[in-house]
Design a protein around this ligand. Structure first.
Ligand SMILES: Cc1ncc(COP(=O)(O)O)c(C=O)c1O
Length: 420
């Protein structure tokens, strides 16, 4: 499928490989229009009574999709993590282990529950939490672990589950990137005690905003249901004996209805993405210095929120990743390098002692270093958004052409001035 590409890099004044748009995200059609009209005409737009009609249907369908016994809808994929800790009755002050290479929400949500996030480095092949370092980070105060299934990989759920079981720790899966991923044919979000999903605009399942928490047991699901609904006990949850201080974190019916229509599209989108990704990976195999993250054979179905390549400047005449990214963008390829930075260096992970219990607990300067996350964030990773793989083979051909052109012109790029 390789096609000949013009010699001169676009960043140096040549014509770009791509100047037409990539597949638009999110996809929508009559199903979403009908969903919105249905909610409009129902005059029942909000999340109350909770769960409302559309939200209850979304939860039922989503739980089935990921093999979880229960799912509860909420406002977004940050509060969903806080809710997961609260519903599991993790005490404020407890330590919660999280990977250092993730969106700030993973740790911020633990902090919002009053817990102390403890940061751990990731594995070089998957950028997911390193189980050995996780175990090293445990202390008598540790009560929970949040793993993040990152980009197109999943954390090693065999090893992490074994550690959590042996040490009596709660295991939460942050599945913000992993709607529909499967590990040994079990849905992401159904393997740990709880799963947390985001439905923010860029995510594989989106309603603009929104979150879903999956739970293994009925009591936890009832607590979740109560916590998102100001601590109320709604019909269907009458048997629930507890009374907790909740908040209004309900999902609106607009979001739930859109989410249902989007969920119906998800299996087909997965198939389309996977077909294009397989082609992309096959073509890339011939370009030295671009290695995809390693696909574990236990990852029986991959959900690709972002496709990550590991860039080796040595194979590109010493051109730095940031310069390579600029060149790729000039060719018309949307891509990111520091998509995430290690949380200990992330300005969003503020060390304000009033809002961050880690700072109060003296974890502001963590004793650990995070070389894998640092290399990924600042030198190595190239993140490609999933919608690039939702289109035609011609789109894949353009992507491959952009990388091929970069490779062929790497020495020239190294020697050229930044501007044409
Ligand atoms: C890994 C991870 N966790 C949590 C979140 C938080 O989700 P939300 O944006 O829905 O609050 C996100 C997404 O933005 C994420 O990427």
């Amino acid at each position: 499928m390789r096609r000949s590409v013009p010699d001169r890099l676009a960043i140096l004044g040549g014509p770009p490989v791509r100047n037409r748009p990539w597949p638009a995200w999110p996809e929508y059609g009559d199903e979403e229009r009908e969903a919105l009209a249905r909610v409009l005409e129902s005059r029942s737009w909000g999340g109350h009574p909770s769960p409302n009609t559309e939200a209850a249907a979304l939860c039922r369908d989503f739980a089935q999709y990921v093999d979880a016994p229960h799912a509860v809808a909420c406002a977004n994929g940050t509060v969903s993590l806080t809710l997961a800790l609260q519903a599991a009755r993790i005490a404020p002050g407890a330590e919660v282990v999280v990977p250092v290479y993730t969106f700030v929400a993973t740790a911020a949500a633990a902090a919002a529950a009053g817990c102390v996030p403890v940061l751990v480095d990731v594995l070089p092949d998957t950028y997911c939490i390193d189980p050995d370092q996780l175990e090293d980070a445990l202390s008598p105060r540790t009560e929970a672990v949040i793993v993040v299934h990152l980009a197109c990989c999943m954390a090693d759920m065999d090893l992490v589950s074994e550690i959590c079981e042996r040490r009596g720790l709660l295991l939460i899966e942050d599945c913000a990137h992993a709607h529909g991923a499967r590990w040994r044919n079990r849905g992401a979000g159904s393997i740990g005690d709880l799963g947390s999903f985001s439905m923010q605009s860029s995510k594989l399942l989106t309603a603009g905003e929104g979150g879903l928490v999956t739970a293994r047991d009925a009591t936890t699901a009832q607590r979740l249901q109560s916590l998102v609904n100001c601590g109320r006990k709604e019909p269907g949850y009458d048997g629930f004996p507890e009374q907790m201080l909740g908040h209004n974190l309900r999902m609106t019916e607009w979001q739930a209805a859109i989410g249902r229509a989007q969920l119906a599209r998800l299996p087909d989108q997965h198939r389309r993405r996977e077909a294009r990704l397989e082609l992309f990976e096959k073509e890339l195999a011939g370009i030295e210095g671009l290695r995809p993250l390693v696909r574990d054979e236990r990852l029986t179905s991959r959900a690709t929120y972002q496709f990550v390549l590991r860039y080796d400047p040595e194979a590109f005449a010493g051109v730095s990743r940031s310069r390579a990214l600029a060149a790729l963008r000039a060719e018309g390829v949307p891509c990111s390098g520091p998509f995430y930075v290690p949380l200990n260096e992330d300005p969003l992970y503020s060390q304000d002692p009033l809002t961050n219990p880690a700072a109060r607990a003296g974890h502001a300067a963590p004793p650990r270093s995070f070389p894998v996350a640092r290399r990924a964030a600042f030198e190595e990773a190239i993140w490609l958004p999933h919608e690039l793989f939702l289109g035609s083979e011609a789109d894949v051909s353009d992507l491959v052409a952009a990388f091929t052109k970069l490779k062929a012109n790497a020495a020239h790029l190294r020697d050229a001035r930044a501007d044409p």
